[in-house]
Every structure is written in structure tokens, then in C-alpha cells.
Design a binder for this molecule. Structure first.
Ligand SMILES: [Zn+2]
Ligand SMILES: [Zn+2]
Length: 277
């Protein structure tokens, strides 16, 4: 009888075990990174833009391929600068698109929720003053992956922040995939491929537009203009990452990161100390 019981417990443990969405190591809570990956992620967040010398969340430099200079600044906020050489970050992005356990989605949604809440607080506003929406994927890409990762992020951020989620604000009507086009063509294509959906009621409302990776900014840029032209009071794009060719490590910020991070497993630390003795 005893072994049946312990097997049962083993099974339950296996069913609810959570893994680091970047490296797959076992972690305590779903949607958290293991200490090593979290440390690397924090290093990415500390990287600064070579032009304004600010980290990705504060840098609002405009991509040169972007919308015409007459249009207002995009004011795009992102968690990190896109870096295809960073394995941990690329793993997270990959899992965000494909993983069914949604660990990467939970992680990024929590990070974005913190940033969004801070923006709202700084304006002395309430989460009830804002909405969250997203630029929808083409039907083909949604079919390929089974879901829309920006929609997933937006829904979860709404859950974490209390900011209302609005689903069908934009419709995708273009056929050309953004990925296959050059920068200027992307801007043109994005402008023609999104429209406000017929029953969208955006007048006087304030929106966060959530996307995963922003390359030229043409997609979130065109969605932003659609909202503003239709009378929305505000439209702020936020994303997991954005491309910045001049991003580099900020040595000072890196040095200020704790070497023995507070999130390191305390039991493991004690073990190390005992070994030393
Ligand atoms: Zn990890
Ligand atoms: Zn910048």
C-alpha cells in the first residue's frame, strides 16, 4: 500500500513540475526563470542604446525606416533590445511562440505588467483609464502556431494589471507577410494591411498596444495611428523586445547587478558553504 501511495505522489509531482522557460531546468513556480537565466536576462535589460544611452524600457529612439517624420514619435517601450546572439533570450522568444505550457508567456507578461503599471502610476492614473490590445497575426501564422502570441501576452497582462482587454480592435487584411519585406516596404504594407474593425469603439480611450518583437516599428506604428486618427486619447506600444543596432552592454549597470543574486537558491548556497568548511 505504501509504495502505491508514494507512486501517486510521484505522479502528482511530475504533473505539476514547473520548468525554466529558457533552459528547461526545474523551477519552483511556473513562469519563473532559473537563477542563471534570470541573471542573464537582467544583464540584457541593463543594456543601453548607443544613441540615447538609456535601457530599452526608457529608450524611445525612432528606427530610420519608420513612419514619416511628420507623424508623432512612436514612444515604444520594450523590455530588452533584440539580440539573436543571446541564447537565453532567443530561447524565451522561441518558447513564447511555440510552447504549450505558456511559461515564457507568463514570465514576459509579468515583466510587461510591472512596466505598464509603472507608466500608469507615473501619470497618476488608474488601470480603469486604460485598455490593452494587440496587432493580430495573419490567419496563416495563427494556424501555423495554433495561437497568437501577442494576444496571449495581452490577455495575461490584463489579468495581472486589471487593465481591461479588448480583442477585436484591429483586423488584418494584408496578404504579404511582414517578415518577407524590406524596411520601407514593411511600413507601406503595415499601413495597408491593418484596419480598425467595424465595431471598434475607441473614441476617448487610452490603449497599450502589445507586441512580441518590434523590428521596424511599422506594425505597432500603423496600429497606433489608426487608434489616434479614430479619436483614441492615447496609444502606447509596448513590446518584449525591439531591434536597436547600437545597443551595448552598460558596464556600470552590469557592475551594479548583484553577483550573488538574491534569487539564488538558499539551500544550494548553504550546501556550498558546508563543502568549504
Ligand atoms: Zn534557466
Ligand atoms: Zn535610444
Amino acid at each position: 500500500m505504501g509504495h502505491v501511495f508514494s507512486n501517486f505522489h510521484g505522479l502528482i509531482e511530475r504533473l505539476i513540475v514547473s520548468k525554466c522557460p529558457s533552459c528547461g531546468r526545474v523551477v519552483k513556480y511556473s513562469g519563473t526563470l532559473c537563477p542563471e537565466c534570470l541573471f542573464e536576462y537582467k544583464k540584457e535589460r541593463a543594456k543601453i542604446c548607443g544613441v540615447c544611452r538609456l535601457p530599452a524600457w526608457e529608450c524611445i529612439c525612432q528606427n530610420e525606416n519608420l513612419l514619416s517624420p511628420k507623424e508623432p514619435s512612436l514612444n515604444l517601450r520594450s523590455l530588452v533590445f533584440y539580440d539573436y546572439e543571446n541564447k537565453i533570450f532567443m530561447n524565451l522568444l522561441y518558447r513564447l511562440k511555440r510552447d504549450t505550457d505558456r511559461g515564457a508567456e507568463k514570465f514576459f507578461a509579468r515583466e510587461l505588467a510591472a512596466g505598464i503599471s509603472k507608466i500608469i502610476l507615473e501619470k497618476s492614473e488608474s488601470c480603469r483609464d486604460w485598455r490593452i490590445t494587440y496587432p493580430p497575426r495573419t490567419k496563416n501564422s495563427k494556424r501555423k502556431y495554433g495561437f497568437d502570441q501577442s494576444e496571449g501576452l495581452a490577455r495575461r497582462i490584463s489579468k495581472y494589471t486589471g487593465v481591461g482587454f479588448e480583442k477585436d480592435v484591429f483586423v488584418h487584411k494584408g496578404k504579404a507577410l511582414q517578415k518577407t519585406l524590406s524596411g520601407k516596404d514593411r511600413a507601406k504594407n503595415a499601413k495597408s494591411s491593418y484596419a480598425l474593425s467595424e465595431n471598434a469603439d475607441v473614441k476617448g480611450k487610452k490603449y497599450f498596444i502589445v507586441d512580441d518583437v518590434v523590428t521596424t516599428g511599422s506594425t505597432v506604428g500603423s496600429c497606433r495611428m489608426l487608434l489616434l486618427k479614430a479619436g483614441a486619447a492615447e496609444a502606447l506600444p509596448v513590446s518584449v523586445s525591439k531591434v536597436c543596432r547600437t545597443a551595448k552592454s552598460d558596464e556600470k549597470a552590469l557592475r551594479s547587478l548583484p553577483q550573488n543574486a538574491w534569487f539564488a537558491d538558499k539551500k544550494a548556497e548553504k550546501g556550498k558553504k558546508k563543502k568549504k568548511n
